[in-house]
Design a protein. Structure first.
Length: 95
């Protein structure tokens, strides 16, 4: 589990990610900017289903990042006017 400035994210044992709290900048990863008082599933980059294979999650001031089992990182934050979901190339993740 990781707590950001005004949102929180956590993982399930099955590798799914859930986030809740302020979503003003799209940092919950659900494809919206709607505040969520209860956990919502983080969607994949295409917003067609849940993000799977999450091994670690961290939150920032207005962003969240998920490390996937294939070594890629999913970044969740807004680029005006719509939330963005980006999957980046493989990078090392400090342990």
């Amino acid at each position: 589990m990781s707590a950001g400035d005004s949102h929180t994210c956590g993982l399930t044992d099955a590798g799914a990610a859930y986030c809740w709290g302020s979503n003003r900048f799209g940092n919950l990863g659900d494809g919206t900017t709607t505040q969520r008082l209860l956990p919502v599933v983080v969607k994949n980059a295409a917003n067609t289903g849940p993000l799977t294979g999450v091994t670690q999650i961290t939150t920032g001031h207005y962003s969240s990042f998920a490390l996937l089992s294939d070594g890629t990182v999913r970044a969740m934050f807004a680029v005006s006017p719509a939330p963005a979901a980006r999957t980046t190339e493989r990078r090392s993740w400090p342990s």
